[in-house]
Design a protein around this ligand. Structure first.
Ligand code: ARG
Length: 461
């Protein structure tokens, strides 16, 4: 018998049971559900609906249930529909008759919303912290190869030389936005739905603000109907992960390219690569490919939830049970990718010489020759044209760009900027890639990381 069998004369069909049970995946919420129940019990005591002794008995039973779960000793009974019912059933077994008072003034609708918010709050903190760790690892990776530079690309064609620190820093700054988003989502999610009941609150003297404080939420709900039907915080979390995953997929794609024989800019450590079951020479960058591939799953999970939510009438509908698997999956997979990628960057050997040779292609300094002419008073459009003609001649004749420049009277003086590495050194505008512009960015990065870390710990319950 389920705990809600009162009005039914026939038991549930096997096929409906299989369709509707959620214990098989929501059991991992047990800790959060018990946390929510503890707050609810304290609220019932504060409201005078339980006396101190009754409250104590239920709290002790909750402790025991938690320990049983922690130690892997909790046994699901065939009638346990979901984790919430399983815990209440067990509390009643342990505490006896008083256990039947646990659900006073509460519905599974406000209960499940509270439980999932508690889970999501921790998940967001954990994800933000791991994302920040990956971002700082990227910066540390560049520091292992001081002064290294490579070609920067637009349209995936070589454009201008850039410092490795600048290039990996670009990924780090995008991850910093992910951290910022995850923390902001956590702040918005900090609303306690407990006390909303099934839909409309309760006739009993419950105080949602009391339980909100007990649970470390910033505030209680304002509207009980909104409280039990709102899953925005899950949608936002799934979006944050989808966008984070999109960033990770771009990093993965880059690592795949860099570690090809064709590029040869980098190698990953053996611990972060795999071999082939057939081809003995292969060393594959699977970590990077999976970082690229998981984005599909993250976007899919976000899409799943948005489609579940779309058009749902107020308030709780059983459809909402479909919110959990996408959430659990995205959270777990994102953590796995973040950790593996961090290890991969730590193991990365950047081939400084190969990248430098590619970046020292003189034509990548064409803009610097033009800007040198500008400095000498030539209008930019004219300078662009003159240098473009020299590039064209070099390509048609096969003569090196520098040689063609030196042979043209109006360009010869400006040609000195084509010297290896010089183009990079000349890039000094704020936020630019060059050794002179880099220190200010390093300082800005350090203060951004410190600020994010402070917000991360400040919001922790
Ligand atoms: N397992 C359910 C869920 O995930 C719990 C809520 C069921 N509530 C109900 N009124 N049937 O949403």
């Amino acid at each position: 018998m389920t705990l809600w069998h009162g009005r039914f004369s026939e038991s549930m069909s096997e096929s409906l049971w299989r369709l509707s049970e959620s214990y098989s995946f929501d059991h991992l919420l047990y800790r959060y559900d018990i946390t929510g129940s503890r707050a609810h019990v304290r609220g019932l005591v504060a409201a005078g609906l339980l006396d101190d002794d009754e409250g104590e008995q239920i709290l002790l039973a909750l402790d025991q249930v938690e320990e049983e779960f922690d130690r892997g000793l909790f046994t699901r009974q065939p009638t346990d529909e979901d984790v919430h019912m399983a815990i209440e059933r067990r509390v009643t077994e342990i505490a006896g008759a008083v256990g039947a008072k646990l659900h006073t003034g509460r519905s599974r609708n406000d209960q499940v919303a509270t439980t999932v918010r508690l889970f999501t709050r921790d998940a967001l903190t954990d994800l933000a912290s791991r994302t920040l760790d990956l971002a700082t690892t990227l910066v540390a990776t560049a520091e292992r190869f001081p002064g290294a530079y490579l070609p920067g690309y637009t349209h995936f064609q070589r454009a201008q030389p850039v410092l490795l620190a600048h290039h990996l820093g670009a990924h780090a700054w995008s991850l910093a936005r992910d951290v910022d988003r995850l923390i902001a989502t956590r702040e918005r999610a900090s609303v306690s739905p407990l006390g909303a009941g099934a839909i409309a609150g309760s006739s009993l003297p419950l105080d949602p603000a009391f339980t909100a404080r007990e649970l470390g939420f910033a505030r209680p709900f304002e509207n009980s109907m909104d409280a039990v039907s709102d899953r925005d915080f899950i949608a936002e979390t799934l979006f944050d992960i989808a966008l984070l995953g999109t960033h990770l997929s771009r990093m993965g794609e880059e690592l795949v390219l860099w570690t090809t024989a064709e590029f040869g800019f980098a190698a990953l450590g053996d611990a972060y690569t795999t071999g082939s079951s057939m081809l003995p020479q292969k060393k594959n960058s699977d970590v990077a490919e999976l970082a690229r591939g998981k984005a599909g799953r993250f976007i899919g999970n976000l899409t799943t939830l948005l489609v579940v939510l779309k058009g749902l009438p107020l308030t709780y509908n059983r459809d909402l049970q479909e919110d959990k698997e996408p959430l659990f999956d995205s959270v777990e997979q994102a953590m796995t990718v973040l950790d593996a990628l961090r290890g991969a960057y730590r193991s990365l050997e950047f081939r400084v010489d190969v990248a430098r040779e590619a970046a020292d292609d003189a034509s990548l300094a064409a803009i610097d020759v033009a800007e040198e002419l500008v400095r000498r008073g030539v209008p930019f459009r004219r300078a662009h044209e003159l240098v473009g003609e020299a590039v064209g001649e070099s390509m048609r004749s096969g003569r090196p760009f520098l040689e063609v420049l030196s042979g043209r009277a109006e360009l010869a003086d400006a040609a000195e900027v084509v010297r290896d590495g010089s183009a990079l050194e000349r890039r000094r505008s704020p936020g630019a890639s060059g050794p002179l512009a880099q220190p200010a960015q390093g300082a800005a990065w350090s203060s951004r990381v410190a600020e994010l870390r402070a917000r991360l710990t400040a919001g922790e319950a």
